[in-house]
Design a protein around this ligand. Structure first.
Ligand code: SF4
Length: 450
């Protein structure tokens, strides 16, 4: 945990029973890009003198988060006058700082998600070559790279609102439900499937937010208490990182007290976007999570953290230290990645990501959509399941279990779902090829897509 001592001293031994560096043994197996104790944020002019202890604190991350209002100034300071050229023909005309700022400003006007970026994540972007940077691509849209949406896309493509018996509780699978405790996240991902609710309204999307109100939560808890078939609850949003430690405690205690609930997990992108919070002694979020996990273990219930890391560059020595702190305190952490073009859709990057996660005892749990080359390369228990989250609310299905595939359209069934959903056929479309949009057939009755 962070103390008043210098970061080096803290990370080199205070939190752990042996020096930090020995956790990893031979460094050749560490694929994430930062070495121990490197002040990787000094590439951002405004933060070049910020000391480790300050950067790691969650207060610093919140205070210096860049939103729409601050973006222009941040880009003006961080970008060089001339940018490294892009490999993407659509972006090759963007050559200067001014070109980039204009394209990003225009991109945000068309985007369904607001912009929000923590100092940690901003420090992981190579601002000299931002056009093809895998972190920039996830969070900051450029107008010139936006393709027309598929005509079957809807904002709530997973049909979550239709599967919600009370506002903010998605109950799709037998025995399991998703509690949307808030609709705020520490960052906003461009590819979010919950863009109907998450984040501030944008110029193109009016949101249906799930506010963290006690009145709404009470209806959710009462539904969970009454439905004795439920065993498993996912607390998400939004992002559980945006809940206070008191909120976390309140939700955790309530769920631990429900006899038929045996497992719950907090879903958070926190380890990817502001990992220092886990180590910040002035912030009780991590100690609350650890307490809940220990309480759960004592009464035979599993309390976990599910995180969302998509690229090895998101993992720094602070992330590794935070993950090891959770591991040392018995918290199970699993990762869910999304397969993203130009981010992690090659075997080397995906392999490095899985390897980096495995090294810090974060279980690679899911990769949304598939790359079969990974199988056979990793131990079975560290191999993520490659899944498709079916449009129309069919739930997550293993990518290899499609019923048919023709002309870029795969069909799926979800027989484990109750009622009509278990009898429906679901369609999943390959990404659109520019100019090829009209070749896709329209949806017919009894089929679902998004
Ligand atoms: S962290 Fe999750 S919920 Fe939040 S914007 Fe990203 S994908 Fe959506």
């Amino acid at each position: 945990m962070i103390s008043s001592a210098a970061c080096n001293a803290v990370y080199r031994g205070r939190s752990f029973s042996r020096p930090f560096s020995t956790f990893y043994g031979a460094q050749k197996y560490t694929y994430s890009t930062q070495t121990e104790n490197q002040r990787y944020w000094t590439s951002i002019p405004a933060w070049k003198d910020v000391e480790c202890k300050e950067f790691v604190s969650y207060r610093f991350q919140l205070r210096h988060t860049v939103n729409h209002a601050k973006l222009n100034k941040f880009l003006s300071d961080a970008l060089p006058d001339t940018l490294a050229p892009s490999d993407n023909p659509q972006l090759q005309h963007i050559q200067t700082k001014q070109d980039f700022i204009e394209d990003a400003t225009s991109g945000l006007e068309a985007a369904p998600m607001a912009v929000r970026l923590t100092p940690h994540i901003l420090s992981r972007i190579n601002w000299a070559a931002p056009l093809d940077d895998p972190i920039r691509r996830q969070f900051l849209p450029l107008r010139s790279s936006i393709l027309e949406d598929h005509k079957s896309l809807t904002l709530d493509s997973l049909d979550e609102e239709a599967d919600s018996p009370v506002p903010g509780l998605v109950h799709r699978y037998p025995g399991r439900a998703l509690f949307l405790a808030t609709s705020i996240c520490p960052v906003y991902c461009r590819f979010c499937t919950r863009s109907y609710a998450v984040g501030a309204p944008t110029e193109t999307v009016f949101k249906s937010p799930q506010k963290p109100s006690r009145k709404r939560w009470e209806r959710v808890f009462q539904h969970i208490e009454k439905d004795h078939s439920l065993r498993d609850i996912i607390i998400s949003g939004g992002d559980a990182y945006y809940l206070s430690a008191e909120d976390l405690h309140e939700i955790g205690e309530r769920l631990l007290g429900i006899p038929h609930i045996l497992r719950f997990r907090f879903a958070s992108k926190g380890l990817a976007v502001a990992p220092g919070r886990i180590l910040d002694q002035t912030d009780p979020w991590a100690s609350t999570l650890i307490d809940l996990s220990n309480q759960g273990r004592r009464i035979g219930k599993q309390v976990c953290l599910h995180t969302h890391i998509n690229h090895p560059n998101e993992i720094t020595w602070i992330t590794r230290s935070a993950a090891n702190h959770l591991f040392a305190n018995g918290v199970i952490v699993r990762n869910q990645s999304v397969l993203l073009k130009g981010v992690n859709d090659d075997v080397e990057t995906m392999g490095n990501l899985i390897r980096s996660l495995s090294e810090i005892n974060i279980q690679p749990y899911y990769v949304y959509q598939c790359d079969l080359h990974i199988r056979g390369t990793f131990s079975g228990f560290m191999l993520p399941s490659f899944v498709v989250d079916l449009p129309g609310g069919g739930g997550k299905r293993l990518a290899s279990t499609f019923e048919s595939y023709l002309d870029g359209i795969s069909t799926w069934e979800a027989p484990g779902l109750p009622g009509e959903k278990g009898r429906k056929r679901y369609l999943y479309y390959d990404p659109i090829i520019p100019g090829g949009i009209d070749e896709f057939p329209r949806i017919s009755d009894g089929e679902s897509t998004g």
